[in-house]
Design a protein around this ligand. Structure first.
Ligand code: ZN
Length: 82
């Protein structure tokens, strides 16, 4: 799992509030908004949750995740993947 090359975050209120993590920048901040660390954390959490779901649906299988661009920084809200 990974995210799109040249990641551009959604600008809707639901995505801004996803997982209770708020970006500290605004869409009008341009590249700073695209690179806001909140997006990487949201992607990590989403990928972890998908891995948890797949662990139930496909026991014994593995998921590969990429740390790239928006997700270069490791997740800050958790330390281990299932
Ligand atoms: Zn959205």
């Amino acid at each position: 799992m990974g995210h799109a090359d040249g990641f551009r975050p959604c600008q809707c209120k639901e995505c801004a509030a996803l997982y209770g993590i708020q970006p500290t920048t605004k869409p009008t901040d341009g590249i700073a908004f695209n690179n806001d660390r909140a997006w990487g954390e949201k992607i990590w959490i989403m990928h972890r949750d998908l891995a948890l779901r797949l662990m139930k649906d496909r026991p014994g299988k593995k998921v590969m995740m990429t740390s790239y661009g928006t997700t270069l920084q490791p997740p800050q809200s958790f330390r281990e993947f299932p």
